[in-house]
Write a protein that binds this ligand. Structure first.
Ligand SMILES: NC(=O)c1ccc[n+]([C@@H]2O[C@H](COP(=O)([O-])OP(=O)(O)OC[C@H]3O[C@@H](n4cnc5c(N)ncnc54)[C@H](OP(=O)(O)O)[C@@H]3O)[C@@H](O)[C@H]2O)c1
Length: 337
């Protein structure tokens, strides 16, 4: 039976705003894979701040491209059908994928571009897989952009700072930065998560509500060579005193117009201390490498909470609260209900 003649459960919103209450549970046709696409039976999806920012209208007027819109672009599941020209996968393969800007992860089926998907090894669970395409990949690319080597034999050891280290991206950034033990990793988070981020490998954990947390550096801690900035609302003046004199790079994952202006100024002045705004576009090789690290037990997904599709709005509200510890997962299994 062609996929479009079947229906599926999905979550959509039909206008900007409305938060979790603006999400509607609907029955819609199963999408058909177009050229280069895979039809995936979704096992799990992960809600990112990006998803509800689009609902708020932060990508207006381009994103969402139309209403009603089925949100969530970080997902994992099983390939059931290949569109024309889609290669590298077979029906039955488990994959992880980032579906941006198409989204559609809060549904029983989604279409994803084959070029944005990677095979998920059997050792990686659906819940872990749903955390790789955006959260883990963003952490990896941010560290790479900041010049942090994840291989002890490849480049000098660095003093690394991760802000909002208890979040979806930060929990991976801390683990990746401390993977080989040769970097010194400082992390900021709330008091309740200090032990967690130390257990993930941080050498030093600072409560962001204390004086040292606000200064982004402990009294005897090193100045930072590299910063993966996952928190929001810090002016450049908050970073400059905490950076190494020889030069430090702040990779800003939450860039605003002001950060772009600062970055351009640094670039024009050949500044040794630099702000680098970054929007990550995930690559297949990175997803594969990260799943390899999960298989080897070198990194793990920290999961804040799991919801069945029927309670996806609760996960949405939790993400909007800004107080998740790790990732928020929505599972499509019937027994997840
Ligand atoms: N540029 C890109 O390509 C890209 C990709 C992915 C994500 N992002 C962005 O990166 C940011 C982080 O994403 P995420 O998924 O990790 O978010 P998240 O999971 O929602 O982060 C929540 C965590 O951040 C902590 N936190 C909040 N403010 C903090 C502060 N000032 N200092 C230290 N910790 C703080 C919270 O701790 P408490 O609960 O204790 O307050 C909570 O544990 C988001 O703005 C997201 O949009 C960007």
């Amino acid at each position: 039976m062609p996929s479009s003649s079947r229906t599926m459960r999905a979550v959509q919103y039909d206008k900007y705003g409305g938060g979790a209450e603006g999400l509607k549970h609907v029955q819609v046709p199963v999408p058909s894979p177009k050229k280069g696409q895979l039809l995936v039976r979704v096992e799990a999806a992960s809600i990112n701040p990006l998803d509800w920012r689009f609902q708020k209208g932060n990508g207006r007027p381009f994103l969402p491209s139309k209403f009603p819109f089925a949100p969530v672009c970080e997902l994992t599941g099983e390939v059931v059908e290949l569109g024309a020209g889609a290669s590298g996968f077979r029906p039955g393969d488990k994959i992880v994928a980032v579906n941006f800007p198409g989204s559609g992860g809060l549904a029983e089926y989604a279409v994803v571009s084959a070029s944005n998907a990677a095979l998920r090894p059997p050792e990686v669970s659906a819940v872990e897989g749903a955390c790789i395409p955006i959260a883990a990949a963003t952490a990896l690319v941010a560290l790479r952009t900041a010049g942090v080597s994840l291989d002890a034999g490849d480049g000098p050891a660095k003093n690394v700072l991760v802000t909002a280290a208890s979040g979806g991206v930060g929990t991976f950034a801390v683990q990746l930065a401390s993977l080989t033990g040769h970097n010194h990793v400082t992390a900021t988070c709330g008091a309740r998560n200090l032990d967690l981020v130390r257990s993930l490998g941080a050498d030093e954990a600072l409560d962001y509500k204390t004086t040292e947390g606000a200064a982004l550096r402990g009294p005897s801690g090193p100045k930072h060579d590299a910063v993966v900035h996952c928190a929001e609302g810090f002016p450049w003046s908050a970073f400059a005193p905490a950076l190494a004199g020889a030069g430090g790079v702040v990779v800003d994952l939450t860039p605003r117009v002001a950060s772009v202006a600062v970055a351009v100024f640094h670039w024009l002045c050949f500044s040794r201390k630099r702000l680098v705004p970054l929007i990550v576009s995930t690559k297949k090789e990175d997803m594969e490498a990260l799943m390899g690290l999960v298989v080897q037990g070198k990194i793990r997904a920290v999961v804040d909470s799991r919801y069945p599709l029927s309670r996806a709005h609760e996960g949405w509200a939790k993400s909007m609260s800004g107080h998740a510890t790790g990732k928020i997962i929505v599972e499509m299994r019937d027994d997840a209900e």
